[in-house]
Ligand binder design. Structure first.
Ligand SMILES: Cc1ncc(COP(=O)(O)O)c(C=O)c1O
Length: 439
């Protein structure tokens, strides 16, 4: 029987050739998060839950635009709206009624959104939120948590699990304090350091919940501590917004931050992001007082094409049981994966909130399977590259594209059949991993 790697190089032969070609013109051969070892799969087309790669292989997709596509690929409502928009012009260089409608929709769904401003990405959203917090408080430092990812700008790069420190000045790094997601530690820190402008948090925990914050009380306590110390609480809902519920993590857990950062679903799966929050903080971008005014330019902020996709997407989420559908598919997937682990007598744990599903091999836990209560280091072992890399390839061999070999972004268009086929693929992948003594 051929190995996982042999099957992979055989099945995705055309992608291997394209990777050679890409390396000639693109450093690293492509976008960092899309390139996997030994080579990435090249895909140009997708519809619903399925994408078709350069070799003609059909893959059930669980990257879903890195979480941007809660409605699935090429959703007809979004696609039709964008197609019409393209014919009417893509950039007027002015504000538009689309921008107002988009902002009103965000405000109607996201509890903390008294005012809304659009950016071109999640990274820009967290950068803007931090600048707003610094402007508002007159303080300098940012507290972030270990392994919480907020994009790639200098201030959120330390210990994010993805970024390196190359090219980041010491001076910028010295304004960032990385803590464990432990409210007692935050309390201690804020009591000693009075120069903290903001605390930023991924509400389900680091890496879309790979390292869960363990319970919603963490967010409630963080809210209380930051409010007491006059520190701006930034909830980074780039992944969770409109996914954990229509109103994101904040509506699901009843915790209202001062500022919320968004991207991905908020822009209907097209490039774009948003910052929303308390009027007195947001109005730094509206005031005519030159001493308070925070400038926020950006060529593609609130551009009509992203705005159109966003409006179509957010209206669909507001009007239809999209979250229920995605959550139900994820629940079925979780059960299918658990059954496969059991059948294969493989230790492993499946957890995740709403339509997010994580797998940690070799980890056992008797938590209900939402925010897993195993310690960070234990979950890190269960999702280490030595496991996740072969799992990712084995699943691709079986026609399923997982997020990094550690989990699944489920959408409203993953059918029961897709999910059941995924669980079967997982079972066969476990057999392949066992055959190579990976597990
Ligand atoms: C929680 C979180 N914040 C911020 C970002 C950065 O967003 P973008 O990739 O749009 O810059 C991401 C990207 O995955 C994210 O997951």
């Amino acid at each position: 029987m051929s190995s996982i790697m042999e099957r992979f190089t055989e099945k995705f032969r055309k992608s291997a050739e394209l990777y050679e070609q890409a390396g000639d013109v693109i450093p690293g051969g492509g976008h960092q998060s899309r390139v996997v070892h030994p080579f990435p799969v090249f895909v140009n087309e997708a519809e619903g839950a399925v994408k078709v790669d350069a070799d003609g292989n059909e893959l059930i997709d669980y990257l879903m635009g890195f979480g941007a596509l809660l409605l699935g690929h090429a959703h007809p409502t979004v696609t039709d709206a964008v197609a019409q928009r393209l014919r009417k012009g893509t950039h007027m260089g002015t504000t538009s009624t689309l921008e107002i409608r988009w902002a009103e929709l965000v405000r109607s769904l996201i509890p903390s959104a008294e005012k809304v401003r659009f950016t071109a990405s999640g990274t820009e959203s967290t950068l803007l939120a931090l600048r707003l917090a610094r402007g508002h408080t007159g303080k300098k430092k940012l507290v972030k948590f270990r392994e919480h990812f907020h994009g790639w700008h200098d201030y959120v790069s330390p210990q994010s699990g993805i970024n390196s420190q190359v090219g980041i000045p010491e001076e910028s790094m010295s304004t960032v304090c990385v803590l464990e997601p432990d409210v007692a530690e935050v309390e201690r820190f804020l009591s000693e350091d009075t120069d903290v402008a903001a605390v930023i948090v991924e509400p389900t925990g680091g890496h879309w919940g790979q390292f869960p914050v363990q319970n919603p009380k963490f967010l409630q306590d963080l809210r209380e501590v930051t409010a007491r110390h006059g520190v701006v609480m930034i909830m980074d809902e780039v992944i969770c917004g409109f996914r954990l519920s229509r109103g994101g993590a904040q509506a699901r857990y009843g915790v209202t931050p001062d500022l919320t950062t968004m991207a991905k679903i908020v822009a209907g799966g097209l490039p774009g992001g948003a910052v929303a929050g308390r009027e007195e903080i947001m109005d730094q971008m509206g005031t005519s007082d030159p001493n308070r005014r925070l400038a926020h330019p950006g060529t593609f902020n609130a551009n009509p094409v992203s705005a159109t996709a966003a409006i179509a997407t957010l209206e669909t989420i507001a009007d239809q049981p999209i979250n229920d559908q995605a959550d139900a598919a994820a629940e079925r997937l979780k059960q299918g994966l658990r059954d496969a682990l059991k059948k294969m007598e493989t230790p492993g744990h499946v957890h995740g909130v709403a339509s997010i599903v994580h797998v940690a091999l070799g980890v056992e836990c008797d938590c209900p399977g939402e925010m897993c209560t195993q310690p960070h280091d234990r979950l890190a072992q269960g999702t280490a590259q030595a496991l996740s890399q072969p799992l990712k390839l084995a699943m691709l061999n079986e026609g399923v594209d997982m997020m990094g070999g550690i989990g699944f972004m489920v959408s409203a268009v993953h059918s029961s059949e897709d999910v059941d086929r995924t669980a079967e693929a997982f079972e066969r992948s476990l057999a392949a991993l066992r055959g190579e003594q990976v597990i």
